[in-house]
Design a protein around this ligand. Sequence first.
Ligand SMILES: [Zn+2]
Length: 96
Amino acid sequence: MDGQKERAIRNITEDVVDIYLDDCIKKAGVCGCPRCRADILALALNSLPPHYAATNTGPVYVRLGAMSPQSQADILTAIMNAIHVVEGKPHHEKQG
Ligand SMILES: [Zn+2]
């Protein structure tokens, strides 16, 4: 049984989306509750190619530097698209 063995690789796209997500939600002025946040995160990640790196590459900001500006721009675009989709059909009633 070694099911808990730590993975040697990690999808950096996931880290980068997570870093930018809250900022994008704030800028777009949409609901950022855990439910909507998870929906946006999942949608954005599904539309992006994974970018794998060894986990021993270093902290997130170091791995972020290994990603091309174009890839980072693609990620921002994917997040904004995901925000618009979720905004159009939220899973809960509008608040406020
Ligand atoms: Zn919400």
